[in-house]
Design a protein around this ligand. Structure first.
Ligand SMILES: [Zn+2]
Length: 310
């Protein structure tokens, strides 16, 4: 799949249901194709409240990314958003159904794979108009207590992520990659969420991870993962990249830049989004031009040339 030059939506709608990771309550998500470029917008069916995917509506973020508006709270949106960012689907109405106004999206298998497979099966469709990117012009950095994250100019979307845990079975993992739909599909989307065995008791006593099990998370014990097998030898750092891609959906447009993250998490990812958007001279709008995608098969040529727009 080449990098899209037109705004993209789904070719047909998708419905996925399941239970949440933390509260374990059921919810249902319906992805409805957009007819014109609108960005990604959640709609809570019970109240009719619509929440655009934007850092303006980011709520309390600790273990999951949350959007809040007009009394509606949507939690653990990052894996769905990651699949959408990874596969370049940037315009969609996302209808949410569940009990009450505080809803957690289905955790499914703990990765973005079920979302990704459903999106690939439904197919992607181009809309009229030009795809617009947020193009980074100079570095922006956020640092907090030894954790840091930085975005700098890059002609594409590239991520370098490092995690470093004291637990030896997890330890230090680092990975760097340029994100394309093919790369996302093969190397990122299937990586499952993870936690340390020693955190579980604390999480459960705080009402968290009540829906968690070895079916939807990798659990690292002192000797190694408690799961029978891993999907990647460095599945944990790949999941951090998956989460980061979901969180940068809160920019409201695709990004052209290199993100370097060390020991970061949802809160720092979203802080970077806010810091970049607030630093207006650090980025510009850029458009992917049709003429810039040659009909050659060389993968490098699939990257469109970007022109600054006014
Ligand atoms: Zn995650």
């Amino acid at each position: 799949m080449p990098r899209a030059t037109t705004p993209q939506t789904l070719a047909r709608e998708i419905t996925i249901s399941g239970h949440g990771l933390h509260g374990a309550r059921p919810s249902s998500v319906r992805l409805v194709p957009a007819v014109k470029p609108t960005g990604l917008v959640f709609k809570h069916l019970g109240s009719g409240v619509e929440i655009p995917v934007s850092s303006d509506f980011a709520g309390d973020i600790q273990l999951a990314t949350t959007l809040v508006k007009d009394g509606v709270r949507l939690q653990t949106i990052e894996h769905l958003l990651s699949a959408l960012v990874g596969l370049e689907v940037e315009h969609l109405l996302i209808e949410i159904e569940g009990e009450g106004t505080d809803i957690e999206l289905p955790i499914l298998d703990g990765s973005a794979r079920p979302w990704m497979e459903a999106i690939l099966e439904a197919g992607v469709r181009g809309l009229d108009g030009t795809r617009r990117f947020i193009k980074v012009l100079r570095p922006v950095e956020v640092e907090r207590g030894g954790k840091h994250i930085r975005v700098s100019p890059y002609d594409g979307l590239r991520v370098r992520y490092t995690i470093d845990f004291a637990v030896t079975s997890l330890g230090r993992q680092s990975r760097e990659m340029t994100i394309t739909p093919e790369k996302y599909r093969a190397e990122v989307g299937a990586a499952r969420t993870f936690c340390l065995e020693q955190e579980i008791e604390w999480m459960r006593s705080n009402g968290l991870a009540l829906g968690g099990s070895l079916d939807n998370a990798v659990v690292y014990g002192a000797e190694g993962p408690l799961n029978e097998s891993l999907r990647f030898h460095d599945e944990a750092v790949r999941h951090k990249i998956l989460d980061l891609l979901g969180d940068i959906a809160l920019l409201g447009a695709p990004l052209l830049g290199l993100i370097e993250a060390h020991a970061a998490g949802h809160a720092l990812h979203v802080d970077l989004v806010k810091a970049l958007l607030a630093e207006r001279s650090a980025w510009t709008w850029a458009e992917a031009t049709e003429a810039a995608i040659p009909h050659a098969k060389t993968p490098a040529l699939f990257r469109p040339t970007l022109v600054a727009s006014t």
